[in-house]
Design a protein around this ligand. Sequence first.
Ligand SMILES: Nc1ncnc2c1ncn2[C@@H]1O[C@H](COP(=O)(O)OP(=O)(O)OP(=O)(O)O)[C@@H](O)[C@H]1O
Length: 272
Amino acid sequence: MAHGEHAPTQAPSPSAHQHGSDLLLCCEELVIGYQGKALLPPINLQVRRGTFLAVIGRNGSGKSTWFKTLLGLQQPVSGRVFRSGPDVKSAYVPQSSGIDGMLPVRSRELVHWGRLSGWNFLRPFSTHKDRTAVEAALESAGAGPIANRPYRELSEGQKQRALLARVLATEADLVLLDEPTAAMDAVAERETMQRLAELARTQRLAVVVVSHDLRVAAEFANQLLFVDREAPAVVLGDANTVFCHPAFRHQYGDDYCPHHPPSGHPLGPAAG
Ligand SMILES: Nc1ncnc2c1ncn2[C@@H]1O[C@H](COP(=O)(O)OP(=O)(O)OP(=O)(O)O)[C@@H](O)[C@H]1O
Protein backbone atom coordinates (compact mmCIF):
# COMPACT_ATOMS: atom_id res chain seq x y z
CA MET A 1 0.00 0.00 0.00
CA ALA A 2 1.32 3.42 -0.93
CA HIS A 3 2.55 5.92 1.60
CA GLY A 4 2.14 9.66 1.43
CA GLU A 5 -0.55 11.92 0.21
CA HIS A 6 -4.08 10.78 -0.46
CA ALA A 7 -7.06 12.41 -2.06
CA PRO A 8 -9.90 13.48 0.21
CA THR A 9 -12.40 10.71 0.88
CA GLN A 10 -15.28 13.08 0.16
CA ALA A 11 -15.73 16.69 -0.76
CA PRO A 12 -15.74 18.97 2.28
CA SER A 13 -19.18 19.34 3.81
CA PRO A 14 -20.65 22.71 4.76
CA SER A 15 -21.12 21.40 8.31
CA ALA A 16 -17.42 20.50 8.53
CA HIS A 17 -16.48 24.11 7.69
CA GLN A 18 -18.69 25.39 10.46
CA HIS A 19 -16.54 23.70 13.13
CA GLY A 20 -13.67 26.16 12.72
CA SER A 21 -10.20 26.15 11.24
CA ASP A 22 -8.72 23.54 13.62
CA LEU A 23 -10.95 20.81 12.28
CA LEU A 24 -9.22 18.49 9.81
CA LEU A 25 -11.43 15.47 9.52
CA CYS A 26 -14.86 14.39 10.61
CA CYS A 27 -16.58 10.99 10.75
CA GLU A 28 -20.37 11.22 10.71
CA GLU A 29 -22.25 8.01 11.53
CA LEU A 30 -19.41 6.20 9.78
CA VAL A 31 -19.88 2.44 9.54
CA ILE A 32 -16.81 0.54 8.39
CA GLY A 33 -16.74 -2.96 6.97
CA TYR A 34 -16.48 -5.14 3.91
CA GLN A 35 -19.02 -6.27 1.31
CA GLY A 36 -21.71 -4.17 2.97
CA LYS A 37 -21.24 -5.90 6.33
CA ALA A 38 -20.51 -3.67 9.34
CA LEU A 39 -17.55 -4.42 11.58
CA LEU A 40 -18.46 -1.89 14.29
CA PRO A 41 -21.23 0.47 15.44
CA PRO A 42 -21.21 3.91 13.78
CA ILE A 43 -18.15 6.10 14.48
CA ASN A 44 -18.70 9.78 15.18
CA LEU A 45 -15.65 11.89 15.84
CA GLN A 46 -13.76 14.99 14.83
CA VAL A 47 -10.00 15.14 14.38
CA ARG A 48 -8.55 18.58 15.05
CA ARG A 49 -5.10 20.11 14.80
CA GLY A 50 -3.08 19.41 17.96
CA THR A 51 -4.85 16.08 18.55
CA PHE A 52 -2.89 12.98 19.40
CA LEU A 53 -5.43 10.15 19.16
CA ALA A 54 -4.55 6.53 19.92
CA VAL A 55 -6.73 3.78 18.50
CA ILE A 56 -6.85 0.63 20.60
CA GLY A 57 -8.66 -2.69 20.42
CA ARG A 58 -8.16 -6.41 20.04
CA ASN A 59 -6.73 -7.98 16.86
CA GLY A 60 -9.22 -7.94 14.02
CA SER A 61 -11.43 -5.29 15.61
CA GLY A 62 -11.27 -2.95 12.61
CA LYS A 63 -8.53 -0.41 13.40
CA SER A 64 -6.71 -0.75 10.07
CA THR A 65 -10.03 -0.85 8.24
CA TRP A 66 -10.97 2.48 9.82
CA PHE A 67 -7.67 3.98 8.60
CA LYS A 68 -8.27 2.63 5.09
CA THR A 69 -11.76 4.11 5.14
CA LEU A 70 -10.45 7.50 6.26
CA LEU A 71 -7.99 7.44 3.37
CA GLY A 72 -10.64 6.48 0.82
CA LEU A 73 -8.98 3.10 0.19
CA GLN A 74 -12.07 1.28 1.49
CA GLN A 75 -15.68 2.34 0.93
CA PRO A 76 -17.78 2.93 4.06
CA VAL A 77 -20.73 0.61 4.58
CA SER A 78 -22.67 3.75 5.44
CA GLY A 79 -22.09 7.23 6.86
CA ARG A 80 -19.43 9.66 5.76
CA VAL A 81 -15.86 10.91 6.15
CA PHE A 82 -15.27 14.60 5.52
CA ARG A 83 -12.09 16.57 5.20
CA SER A 84 -12.52 20.15 6.41
CA GLY A 85 -11.06 21.47 3.15
CA PRO A 86 -9.45 20.41 -0.12
CA ASP A 87 -5.97 21.36 1.11
CA VAL A 88 -5.90 19.02 4.10
CA LYS A 89 -2.92 16.80 3.42
CA SER A 90 -2.72 13.37 4.99
CA ALA A 91 0.09 10.84 5.23
CA TYR A 92 -0.07 7.22 6.18
CA VAL A 93 2.29 4.50 7.33
CA PRO A 94 0.72 1.03 7.10
CA GLN A 95 1.51 -1.77 9.51
CA SER A 96 4.27 -3.31 7.44
CA SER A 97 5.94 -2.14 4.32
CA GLY A 98 7.50 -5.09 2.55
CA ILE A 99 8.27 -3.25 -0.67
CA ASP A 100 10.52 -0.74 1.07
CA GLY A 101 12.77 -3.57 2.20
CA MET A 102 13.68 -4.35 -1.40
CA LEU A 103 14.79 -0.83 -2.25
CA PRO A 104 18.55 -0.21 -2.46
CA VAL A 105 18.40 3.21 -0.84
CA ARG A 106 19.76 4.94 2.20
CA SER A 107 17.31 6.04 4.89
CA ARG A 108 17.83 9.73 4.03
CA GLU A 109 16.76 9.12 0.42
CA LEU A 110 13.73 7.17 1.57
CA VAL A 111 12.74 10.08 3.79
CA HIS A 112 13.33 12.49 0.92
CA TRP A 113 10.88 10.52 -1.22
CA GLY A 114 8.20 11.45 1.29
CA ARG A 115 8.38 14.98 -0.13
CA LEU A 116 8.15 13.99 -3.77
CA SER A 117 5.07 13.52 -5.86
CA GLY A 118 4.23 13.52 -9.57
CA TRP A 119 7.06 14.78 -11.81
CA ASN A 120 9.03 15.94 -8.78
CA PHE A 121 10.09 12.34 -8.54
CA LEU A 122 12.36 12.88 -11.55
CA ARG A 123 13.88 16.10 -10.25
CA PRO A 124 17.64 15.61 -9.90
CA PHE A 125 18.20 18.16 -7.13
CA SER A 126 16.39 18.78 -3.92
CA THR A 127 15.72 22.32 -2.79
CA HIS A 128 17.12 23.83 0.38
CA LYS A 129 13.62 23.63 1.81
CA ASP A 130 13.45 19.89 1.02
CA ARG A 131 16.81 19.21 2.63
CA THR A 132 15.89 21.18 5.75
CA ALA A 133 12.57 19.34 6.05
CA VAL A 134 14.26 15.96 5.59
CA GLU A 135 16.85 16.67 8.28
CA ALA A 136 14.16 17.95 10.66
CA ALA A 137 12.05 14.83 10.03
CA LEU A 138 15.02 12.52 10.61
CA GLU A 139 15.74 14.34 13.86
CA SER A 140 12.09 14.29 14.99
CA ALA A 141 11.82 10.56 14.38
CA GLY A 142 15.10 9.83 16.14
CA ALA A 143 16.43 8.54 12.81
CA GLY A 144 19.45 10.89 12.51
CA PRO A 145 22.02 8.20 13.42
CA ILE A 146 20.69 5.83 10.72
CA ALA A 147 20.26 8.43 7.97
CA ASN A 148 23.24 7.20 5.93
CA ARG A 149 22.60 3.50 6.40
CA PRO A 150 21.02 1.38 3.66
CA TYR A 151 17.37 0.98 4.59
CA ARG A 152 17.25 -2.75 3.91
CA GLU A 153 20.07 -3.39 6.38
CA LEU A 154 18.21 -1.79 9.28
CA SER A 155 16.50 -3.65 12.10
CA GLU A 156 12.70 -3.63 12.05
CA GLY A 157 12.58 -1.01 14.81
CA GLN A 158 15.08 1.20 12.94
CA LYS A 159 13.03 0.81 9.77
CA GLN A 160 10.00 2.04 11.66
CA ARG A 161 11.94 5.16 12.63
CA ALA A 162 12.92 5.80 9.01
CA LEU A 163 9.31 5.32 7.85
CA LEU A 164 8.13 7.66 10.58
CA ALA A 165 10.68 10.25 9.38
CA ARG A 166 9.41 9.86 5.84
CA VAL A 167 5.85 10.53 6.84
CA LEU A 168 6.91 13.55 8.90
CA ALA A 169 8.88 14.90 5.92
CA THR A 170 5.64 15.15 3.95
CA GLU A 171 4.61 17.97 6.32
CA ALA A 172 1.09 16.56 6.28
CA ASP A 173 -1.66 18.02 8.44
CA LEU A 174 -3.00 14.61 9.39
CA VAL A 175 -0.64 11.70 10.09
CA LEU A 176 -2.06 8.18 10.35
CA LEU A 177 0.32 5.57 11.76
CA ASP A 178 -0.66 1.90 12.03
CA GLU A 179 1.34 0.38 14.90
CA PRO A 180 4.42 2.56 14.24
CA THR A 181 6.21 1.32 17.36
CA ALA A 182 5.35 -2.39 17.16
CA ALA A 183 8.95 -3.44 16.40
CA MET A 184 10.60 -0.94 18.75
CA ASP A 185 12.06 -1.67 22.15
CA ALA A 186 10.28 -0.16 25.16
CA VAL A 187 12.61 2.86 25.36
CA ALA A 188 12.32 3.67 21.64
CA GLU A 189 8.56 3.23 21.82
CA ARG A 190 8.18 5.76 24.64
CA GLU A 191 10.54 8.20 22.92
CA THR A 192 8.58 7.93 19.69
CA MET A 193 5.21 8.39 21.35
CA GLN A 194 6.58 11.38 23.26
CA ARG A 195 7.90 12.90 20.03
CA LEU A 196 4.58 12.37 18.30
CA ALA A 197 2.75 14.04 21.19
CA GLU A 198 5.15 17.01 21.00
CA LEU A 199 4.78 17.24 17.22
CA ALA A 200 1.00 17.26 17.48
CA ARG A 201 1.16 20.03 20.07
CA THR A 202 3.91 22.21 18.66
CA GLN A 203 3.44 21.75 14.90
CA ARG A 204 -0.36 21.69 15.15
CA LEU A 205 -0.63 18.38 13.33
CA ALA A 206 -3.21 15.75 14.04
CA VAL A 207 -1.56 12.42 14.79
CA VAL A 208 -3.60 9.21 14.90
CA VAL A 209 -1.78 6.08 16.02
CA VAL A 210 -2.88 2.46 16.33
CA SER A 211 -1.22 0.94 19.38
CA HIS A 212 -1.44 -2.25 21.39
CA ASP A 213 0.52 -0.77 24.29
CA LEU A 214 -2.41 0.57 26.26
CA ARG A 215 -0.44 2.24 29.05
CA VAL A 216 1.94 4.06 26.71
CA ALA A 217 -0.99 5.10 24.52
CA ALA A 218 -2.84 6.44 27.57
CA GLU A 219 0.25 8.28 28.81
CA PHE A 220 0.92 10.24 25.64
CA ALA A 221 -2.29 10.45 23.64
CA ASN A 222 -4.83 13.10 24.59
CA GLN A 223 -7.69 10.91 23.41
CA LEU A 224 -8.30 7.19 23.02
CA LEU A 225 -10.61 5.45 20.59
CA PHE A 226 -11.45 1.92 21.71
CA VAL A 227 -13.10 -0.33 19.13
CA ASP A 228 -14.52 -3.73 19.95
CA ARG A 229 -16.45 -6.14 17.75
CA GLU A 230 -17.60 -8.40 20.53
CA ALA A 231 -19.64 -5.86 22.56
CA PRO A 232 -19.83 -4.31 19.92
CA ALA A 233 -18.57 -0.87 20.96
CA VAL A 234 -16.86 2.30 19.84
CA VAL A 235 -15.71 4.36 22.84
CA LEU A 236 -14.01 7.74 22.50
CA GLY A 237 -12.62 9.62 25.47
CA ASP A 238 -9.78 10.09 27.92
CA ALA A 239 -8.00 7.09 29.44
CA ASN A 240 -10.32 6.83 32.46
CA THR A 241 -13.46 6.95 30.34
CA VAL A 242 -12.18 4.24 28.03
CA PHE A 243 -10.42 2.02 30.57
CA CYS A 244 -13.46 1.96 32.90
CA HIS A 245 -15.96 1.25 30.12
CA PRO A 246 -17.62 -2.17 30.56
CA ALA A 247 -16.71 -3.28 27.02
CA PHE A 248 -13.04 -2.41 27.59
CA ARG A 249 -12.99 -4.13 31.01
CA HIS A 250 -14.61 -7.20 29.48
CA GLN A 251 -11.68 -7.50 27.05
CA TYR A 252 -8.72 -6.28 29.11
CA GLY A 253 -9.85 -6.72 32.72
CA ASP A 254 -10.12 -4.19 35.55
CA ASP A 255 -6.43 -3.44 36.09
CA TYR A 256 -6.37 -0.39 33.81
CA CYS A 257 -9.33 1.31 35.48
CA PRO A 258 -8.39 3.39 38.54
CA HIS A 259 -11.88 2.82 39.97
CA HIS A 260 -11.19 -0.91 39.96
CA PRO A 261 -7.65 -1.12 41.41
CA PRO A 262 -5.70 -4.30 40.80
CA SER A 263 -5.89 -6.92 43.49
CA GLY A 264 -3.18 -9.53 43.48
CA HIS A 265 -1.88 -8.26 40.10
CA PRO A 266 1.85 -8.97 39.83
CA LEU A 267 2.55 -5.28 39.13
CA GLY A 268 -0.01 -3.97 41.62
CA PRO A 269 0.55 -3.05 45.28
CA ALA A 270 1.73 -5.91 47.47
CA ALA A 271 -1.06 -7.61 49.37
CA GLY A 272 -1.16 -7.53 53.14
N1 LIG B 1 -10.25 -7.02 2.34
C1 LIG B 1 -10.97 -7.59 3.32
N2 LIG B 1 -12.13 -8.22 3.06
C2 LIG B 1 -12.88 -8.78 4.03
N3 LIG B 1 -12.53 -8.75 5.34
C3 LIG B 1 -11.38 -8.13 5.65
C4 LIG B 1 -10.54 -7.52 4.69
N4 LIG B 1 -9.47 -6.98 5.30
C5 LIG B 1 -9.63 -7.25 6.61
N5 LIG B 1 -10.77 -7.94 6.83
C6 LIG B 1 -11.29 -8.39 8.12
O1 LIG B 1 -11.78 -7.27 8.84
C7 LIG B 1 -11.55 -7.45 10.22
C8 LIG B 1 -10.81 -6.23 10.78
O2 LIG B 1 -9.51 -6.23 10.25
P1 LIG B 1 -8.48 -5.06 10.57
O3 LIG B 1 -7.22 -5.35 9.82
O4 LIG B 1 -9.13 -3.75 10.35
O5 LIG B 1 -8.25 -5.29 12.14
P2 LIG B 1 -7.22 -4.57 13.13
O6 LIG B 1 -8.01 -4.07 14.28
O7 LIG B 1 -6.39 -3.58 12.40
O8 LIG B 1 -6.37 -5.83 13.59
P3 LIG B 1 -4.82 -5.96 14.12
O9 LIG B 1 -4.78 -5.40 15.53
O10 LIG B 1 -4.62 -7.44 14.12
O11 LIG B 1 -3.95 -5.23 13.16
C9 LIG B 1 -10.80 -8.76 10.39
O12 LIG B 1 -11.72 -9.77 10.74
C10 LIG B 1 -10.23 -9.02 9.01
O13 LIG B 1 -10.12 -10.39 8.75
